[in-house]
Design a protein around this ligand. Structure first.
Ligand code: SF4
Length: 143
């Protein structure tokens, strides 16, 4: 549990809230759009911020007409080297999170070396797209 937890919900309740199937939420996880946490007994749990993030994904699909691959690319464009304070040197210029657009940094096959010790779930880079509108602000920071 983290300070992000106020109320927590099981996956079935979240699926009902969003009017999607549980399988859809599993798909978002497999595609790297969301990271999930589990109880000790293996059940996925979601807090209010997770639900906001999922609502943002649903808005991208329903209002902006994006598909999952499009949303993934959009998230891959987040400038983690600006948002993550651990990236202080020019090392990021060779990091796949900077050089590639295949997946957001938290969903890359290999975690960037500078992030090995960090839990992506609580990283500001992962937490930033919780507010859809913030993405635009972050993209404006890329020079
Ligand atoms: S800790 Fe994870 S989410 Fe944060 S910048 Fe590194 S790979 Fe990305």
């Amino acid at each position: 549990m983290t300070s992000l937890d106020n109320h927590i919900y099981p996956i079935g309740v979240v699926a009902k809230m969003l009017d999607v199937s549980v399988q859809t939420l599993h798909l978002y996880e497999r595609k790297g759009l969301i990271l999930t946490r589990k109880t000790e007994t293996g059940y996925r749990i979601f807090n209010e911020k997770d639900i906001e993030r999922l609502k943002c994904i649903r808005r991208f699909i329903e209002e902006e007409g994006l598909n999952l691959q499009g949303i993934k690319k959009l998230m891959a464009m987040l400038p983690c080297w600006i948002i993550n304070e651990n990236c202080k040197s020019d090392d990021y210029k060779t990091c796949p999170a900077y050089t590639e657009l295949t997946a957001p940094c938290w969903a890359l096959p290999e975690k960037p070396s500078v992030c090995q010790e960090t839990d992506c779930y609580i990283c500001p880079v992962y937490q930033s797209p919780v507010d859809c509108k913030k993405i635009k602000g972050y993209l404006h920071q890329i020079k």
